[in-house]
Ligand binder design. Sequence first.
Ligand SMILES: [Zn+2]
Length: 158
Amino acid sequence: MADTLSTLKTAYDLAKDLVNLHDTIARQEKVTELQRQILDAQQSAIDANQERATLMQTISQLRGKVAQLEAWNTEKERYKKVEVAKGVIAYALKEGMESGEPAHYACTDCYSDNKISILKSETLVPGRYPVLSCHRCGSVLYLSGARDLAYQKPKRPR
Ligand SMILES: [Zn+2]
């Protein structure tokens, strides 16, 4: 903005000189310089507008982030940690916080990511263990039995 003002000041001074000039060539030179000054002023006004547009965009993105965080702060207060099996923790809806939703468990890893991911009740083969799985991050909570770390999924024949 200061640039624009000083450019306009220079242009104004040039215009003042122009009035007093009678030599045609000198006059033409002043006109050319004046036009250049005006173009510079226009360019710095355009630059200032672009800066403002970028700032407005950043502000609106930040507002969106704040709104998201506020929504998450409300949402996360609806849940508490519970033990679904010995030593196995998940989040569950607090009593009175159901808002019409059926009871469910949510993934602790996804909760740390500010997301509620409802755990699905499944049966794992081999062993037919009942588990709760998160289809967002791939976490598996064993409700009975335990994961055999040595076990690897058999590779499918090609
Ligand atoms: Zn998850």
